[in-house]
Design a protein around this ligand. Structure first.
Ligand code: 5GP
Ligand code: ZN
Length: 114
């Protein structure tokens, strides 16, 4: 199935290059970039190129790369500890209605950043 897009969606605009982003990964079905308001250094977002607000809105074929890419990014940060988060709905703290996985590295306490 071809990717569905929404002209009013901020993340669809990022995928289309209409809004700039710091790109980390880009393939046929998946895009990853740095979060504009990072919780920690290296906080990234991994999104399907198919528009949908919640996880259950996205066809399986557009979901398959999301966790492997989140894993690659987590490894690339070098963080031993990190969160992978995915929120669905306002009650669950979702602000942007295009599915995204957060990759949030936890600072290394040995470097005195924790
Ligand atoms: P949510 O609360 O929906 O799970 O998280 C949305 C995330 O998207 C937030 O961490 C926020 O900082 C990020 N975000 C919102 N707008 C933009 C944007 O225009 N560019 C980037 N890079 N991140 C954004
Ligand atoms: Zn979208």
């Amino acid at each position: 199935m071809a990717a569905k897009t929404d002209a009013n969606c901020i993340f669809c605009k990022i995928i289309a290059g209409q809004i700039p982003s710091l790109k980390l990964y880009d393939s046929e079905k998946t895009y990853a970039f740095l979060d504009i308001g990072p919780i920690s250094e290296g906080h990234a977002l991994v999104i399907p190129k198919h528009h949908g607000a919640k996880l259950h809105d996205i066809p399986d074929e557009h979901l398959t790369e999301l966790l492997p890419v989140a894993k690659k990014i987590a490894i690339a940060t070098g963080a031993e500890q990190y969160n992978i988060l995915q929120n669905n709905g306002r009650m669950a703290h979702q602000m942007v209605d295009h599915v995204h996985f957060h990759v949030i590295p936890k600072p290394d306490e040995k470097q005195g950043l924790g």
